[in-house]
Write a new protein. Structure first.
Length: 529
C-alpha cells in the first residue's frame, strides 16, 4: 500500500462544496463554476474570516466556518445558497439505430456508467460510478439492460456495455426545485448561524447544459444586525472515493483507488470586498502554491492560510489521495519480472551531498513495481524517495554522531521522517521484510544542523513497530543552504547494532507558526472543535 497526494487547481470536479454566496434575485449571474450568485460587491456584507477543514480524506467530511460582517447601518437578510456539485464520467459510445444497438454516436445515444460484465461474469466496461445512486435520488429514471438479449453489431462489445443506462434525449435539462431535507440528509449537511440551526428552504438542482455535471443549491437565509457579525458553520460529507483504476498491459497490474476532495473558493467573491482571512486544514502531505502560506502542522493535519484575496475560478481546490495495491508477493516471486534500476530523484528541493559512513551490506528492496536488487545502504538512500531503502551505519557507538549532509534549494517548513529499515511497505513473509525494522536500531533523536554547526531542529522520533512505514511530521523553519541530519540517540534493535533511517522528505514553504491564529478567538475556537 502506498499513498500519494496530488494537488490540482481547477474550476469544477467530482464533488464540490462551497462557501456561501448570496443568491441574486435576477438568477442571471452565472460564474464559470456553475453556481448562481449575484455579481461581487452588490451585498453590503463582508466575509471577514473562514476556517475550512477537510476532516477525513476518505469520507470527504468537511467543516467550513464563516464570519460575516454587515457593513451597512441597516439590518441585512440575504438569500443564500450552498452549492454541492456532482460530476460523473458518462459514456456516449453506444447508440440505437434501426432497432439495433451499435457502437458509435447516434441520435438516441445511451449514457452508460457500468460496470458491465464479460461473458465469463467478470467485471468489465466503464468502471464503478455513483451516478445511478444520485440520479435515482433526483428522480431520474434509469434502466438496466441485459447485453445478451440485445442485438449488437459488434457481438464482442455487447458484454462490455451492460448495466445501467439512460437515453441522452431523456436526460433532464434546466433547473428543478426539490425539498431540501432528503437531499441534505444524503450529504449529512447541516448549517448553523451563531450556534442555532438554519432552516433549508429548498434545493434547486441545475442539470446543466448536458449530462455529467449537476449542481445542487441548498437555499437558506442569512440575517445580520446593523454593523453586526454572524458566524455560519457548515458540515457535510461526500464519499470521496472518486476513481477505481486497474492498469492493464503489465503482469500483476496495480489497483489504484483515488479519493478526491474539491471545494469552490470563487464564491467568496460574491460578497463585498476580498475574503479577509482564510485558514485551510487538510491531512498531511500536501503542498500548495502561492498565494497560500504554510502555517505548520498540528496532530495529523497541515495548515495553510491566505489573506485579503478574491479567488477566481482557477483558484478552486481539488486534492487527491491515491492508494495502490496489487499482488505484491506474486510480483516479487516471479523470476520473469525484470529487476529495477534505482533512479535518483530530480534535484528540486533537496540534493544529497555526503555521509559520514555507511555499512557495506546490500539487500533486495521490494518496491510496488518490482524488486530493486542489491540496494545499498548509502546515505543517499535516505533522500531517494523510496521508503523501502535506507541509510545504514555501524559504529562502536551504535551510529550516534553519524550524519548525512544535504543541500536545500528552497525554504522548508515541514520535514517528514520514515524511521528504521523497511524493505517493503507491504509485508512479504518469504523475505521477512517487516522484521528488519525491529531487528535493526532505529533513530530516537535526529538533529538538523546548519552550516555553522548550530542545531536548528531536534526531532524526537517515535518508535512504530506495528506501523513502521508511518511518516512522522515536524514543523521546521529552514532557509536554503547546507545542512546535516545527525543521529543523536537510537532505539536498540533486537538482533543487529546497525542503525537505519528510511527517508527524509522536505516540504517547501516558510512556516509562519500558530501564534497569530491562537491569538484570534475565531481561529482558536475553530481548531478546537
Amino acid at each position: 500500500m502506498r499513498w500519494s497526494v496530488v494537488l490540482i487547481l481547477l474550476g469544477v470536479s467530482t464533488a464540490l462544496g462551497a462557501d456561501d454566496g448570496s443568491w441574486g434575485t435576477s438568477r442571471d449571474a452565472v460564474p464559470s463554476a456553475g453556481a448562481l450568485y449575484t455579481p461581487a460587491g452588490t451585498v453590503p456584507v463582508v466575509m471577514e474570516k473562514e476556517y475550512l477543514e477537510l476532516s477525513d480524506a476518505h469520507t470527504g467530511a468537511t467543516r467550513a466556518v464563516f464570519q460575516f460582517h454587515n457593513s451597512a447601518r441597516q439590518g441585512q437578510t440575504v438569500e443564500c445558497a450552498f452549492p454541492i456539485v456532482l460530476k460523473f464520467p458518462f459514456h456516449t459510445g453506444i447508440s440505437l439505430a434501426g432497432g439495433r444497438v451499435q457502437a458509435g454516436d447516434g441520435e438516441a445515444a445511451l449514457l452508460d456508467f457500468g460496470p458491465g460484465q464479460d461473458n465469463k461474469g467478470h467485471a468489465q466496461g466503464l468502471g464503478d460510478s455513483d451516478a445511478p445512486f444520485w440520479l435515482s435520488n433526483l428522480g431520474v429514471k434509469l434502466t438496466d439492460w441485459d447485453p445478451a438479449a440485445v442485438k449488437f453489431d459488434d457481438e464482442e462489445q455487447a458484454f462490455a456495455y451492460g448495466g445501467h443506462y439512460l437515453r441522452a434525449d431523456e436526460y433532464p435539462s434546466g433547473r428543478k426545485q426539490y425539498p431540501a431535507a432528503d437531499l441534505a440528509a444524503l450529504f449529512h449537511l447541516t448549517i448553523t448561524q451563531n450556534g442555532a440551526p438554519v432552516e433549508l428552504t429548498g434545493c434547486v438542482v441545475d442539470f446543466g447544459s448536458g449530462p455529467g455535471l449537476i449542481t445542487l443549491h441548498f437555499r437558506h437565509s442569512l440575517s445580520i444586525a446593523p454593523l453586526g457579525n454572524a458566524v455560519l458553520e457548515v458540515h457535510y460529507e461526500f464519499d470521496a472515493l472518486s476513481n477505481h483504476d486497474q492498469e492493464g498491459g503489465i503482469r500483476y497490474p496495480p489497483k489504484t483507488d483515488t479519493w478526491t476532495w474539491n471545494y469552490i473558493l470563487e464564491t467568496a467573491s460574491s460578497w463585498q470586498g476580498p475574503l479577509g482571512h482564510l485558514v485551510l486544514s487538510v491531512p498531511l502531505g500536501v503542498t500548495l502554491p502561492e498565494p497560500w502560506s504554510l502555517v505548520g502542522i498540528r496532530g495529523d493535519h497541515q495548515f495553510f492560510e491566505v489573506k485579503n484575496w478574491k479567488p477566481g475560478p482557477k483558484d478552486n481546490l481539488s486534492l487527491s489521495w491515491s492508494e495502490s495495491t496489487r499482488d505484491y508477493p506474486g510480483l516479487w516471486a516471479d523470476p520473469d519480472v525484470p529487476p529495477l534500476e534505482s533512479e535518483p530523484l530530480p534535484e528540486d528541493t533537496v540534493h544529497f551531498l555526503a555521509a559520514s559512513s555507511q555499512i557495506a551490506d546490500k539487500a533486495d528492496a521490494f518496491l510496488p513495481w518490482g524488486v530493486l536488487k542489491q540496494a545499498s545502504f548509502a546515505g543517499s538512500q535516505a533522500l531517494d524517495g523510496h521508503p523501502e531503502t535506507a541509510w545504514g551505519v555501524r559504529t562502536p557507538h551504535s551510529g550516534v554522531g553519524e550524519w548525512i549532509r544535504f543541500q536545500l534549494n528552497k525554504p522548508v517548513g515541514l520535514v517528514a521522517v520514515e524511521n528504521g529499515y523497511l524493505r517493503s511497505t507491504v509485508d512479504y513473509p518469504p523475505k521477512k521484510t517487516w522484521s528488519f525494522y525491529q531487528r535493526n536500531n532505529r533513530v530516537k533523536t535526529l538533529e538538523l544542523v546548519d552550516a555553522s554547526g548550530q542545531v536548528v531542529a531536534s526531532l524526537n522520533l517515535d518508535d512504530h513497530p506495528g506501523d513502521p512505514s508511518r511518516l512522522q511530521y515536524f514543523n521546521v523553519n529552514l532557509a536554503p543552504g547546507v545542512y546535516q541530519a545527525r543521529i543523536q540517540a537510537v532505539y536498540r534493535g533486537s538482533e543487529f547494532d546497525d542503525t537505519c533511517l528510511g527517508e527524509l522528505v522536505f516540504f517547501p514553504g516558510a512556516a509562519r507558526g500558530f501564534a497569530a491564529l491562537d491569538a484570534d478567538p475565531f481561529f482558536a475556537t475553530g481548531q478546537q472543535k
